[in-house]
Design a binder for this molecule. Sequence first.
Ligand SMILES: [Zn+2]
Length: 281
Amino acid sequence: MAHNLTTLMLGSSVFTLVVALALYLRLLDSKSVSEAEKKCKAVFVTVYVSLLFTALSVLNRSILDATIYIPVLFITTQSLIGLFFDRRAEGFVRFEIGEDVYTVRLLGKRRITAFTLVLNKKMYASSYLVRALTPQEISSIMAHEAGHINAFKPIPVSLAMIVYVSLLALSISGAINMALDGYIHYSAIALLAAFYAWVIFSWTWEHIADIYAYKYTGLSAVLVLQKITRTTPAKPSIADIVVSILKSLKPTRAGGPLVNPHPPPSIRLWLLLNIATSSPH
Ligand SMILES: [Zn+2]
């Protein structure tokens, strides 16, 4: 791609990312569930636009076939992980949130954990979680997991994820390609933009799941988060957020790149309490 066009695309990507960051900060001041949900969706849209610009800025012929194999690889991987966990499941529980019924498969892990494979909408929780928490607390955690699945409504979560993962993978592979061609500075900016987009997306996805849990299970959603994470709510400054995002680069105990980075629990609690103390009941 011509230099000028690359610069324009990359500049647009960084600009949109700054907008996403500004929208993310405003999200933290939300006063109601509906306001927070709208702001989360606004962050998602800007992150997608930013990733699209990043992908376009580094796109060239040699990575075009990636648009086909990345979704296939993603779907296959998620299905295989699902099969792996299904074989290890010790049992299951069913629960209802709103009008939907969900099945949660129980795994024999010795700590409180719950996660969802969104592509095939499979939820998992440790049997320890079911033993250690009260039914109300379990409902809140399950509602949070359901919130991940319902985050992009009316767009199906599978479509949202496939587009997102493809854009992210195209951006990264394109950026690496550019570095190999000698355009180190373009490549570095594209990689950083893709990385920031990934973290802001994941953080917002976590918040919208928290908000969903609050919508269906009320204050228990706040209390269980406080209980599990043992933190107090704190309003972050823009500098805190930029630094925390950079810290997400560090691999976690939970299992590196397979796990989406989470916002610090103090920020999650801050947003939930902000909504809880402002919403009329
Ligand atoms: Zn979550």
